[in-house]
Write a protein that binds this ligand. Structure first.
Ligand code: BTN
Length: 235
């Protein structure tokens, strides 16, 4: 098992992704940066990521043969880990971890030279969120009233990440996509994808071999979406 074979643990740093970037040259593949609290945690689109004690904030240094599907392994591994405790989150494309329609985790992948930093945030035992996040974000504890031991969840998560990463390394990307289809909450759902300059509305049909979302637009045309923010349409 390579993921977690080397661990850099801190009580508090700015951001595990930022710290991992400084280690890329020296750390072995699979090295993990783990912290109790991030003071400047970052989410996608340069948003702040609320990262107090109680969550799992980690970044993994990887050298994948093909980085295109790497971010999917974060979402899949988190779902598999929580499913083992009978907690059943799902994935909203690309990598939001959703439970009871609230976001309980996310994935931020960044490239440094040829390495990939796979950052994962899981709101595990957080008991309260700032007012502005309360309607959209939550934690495993708040949604289930279960307090899972952080160390146990972290070590299961490393195992699951390792399994998923091996699939990629062994050219079993098709199996990984099957896993994603199993855990996603989007297949067959009507969505709106927000892009910087437009919105795409339609029904989610599948995910492509390179991780793009495949959507049938309202006019019947099939399109691929490679980036953007996905909103489920309320019925
Ligand atoms: C998202 O916007 O959904 C992605 C959130 C990713 C947060 C994690 S927490 C660990 C790692 N370090 C960071 O600064 N961000 C990621």
């Amino acid at each position: 098992m390579i993921i977690g074979s080397k661990l850099y643990y801190f009580d508090s740093i700015e951001s595990t992704n930022e710290h991992a970037k400084t280690l890329v040259k020296d750390a072995p593949e699979g090295a993990v940066v783990l912290v109790d609290e991030q003071t400047e945690g970052r989410g996608r689109f340069s948003k702040q990521w609320y990262s107090p004690e109680g969550g799992i904030w980690m970044s993994v240094i990887l050298h994948p043969p093909d980085p295109s599907l790497i971010s999917l392994i974060g979402g899949i591994a988190v779902c598999k880990t929580l499913h083992m405790d009978s907690i059943l989150p799902g994935i909203k494309w690309p990598n939001d971890i959703m439970l009871n329609e609230k976001k309980i985790g996310g994935v931020l992948t960044e490239m440094v030279d040829k390495a990939v930093i796979l950052g994962i945030g899981l709101n595990l035992n957080i008991r309260e969120f700032p007012k502005e996040l309360k309607t959209t974000a939550s934690s495993v504890f708040l949604e289930t009233k279960k307090h899972l031991e952080k160390k146990m969840v972290f070590s299961t998560l490393c195992r699951q990440l390792d399994d998923c990463y091996m699939m990629l390394k062994q050219n079993k990307a098709a199996d990984l996509l099957t896993e994603w289809r199993h855990y996603t909450i989007l297949l067959g759902q009507q969505v709106i994808i927000e892009l910087p300059d437009k919105k795409i509305e339609g029904k989610v049909i599948d995910i492509s071999r390179d991780g793009a979302l495949i959507i049938m637009r309202l006019d019947g045309k099939i399109v691929r979406v490679v980036a953007g923010v996905c909103h489920l349409r309320k019925r």
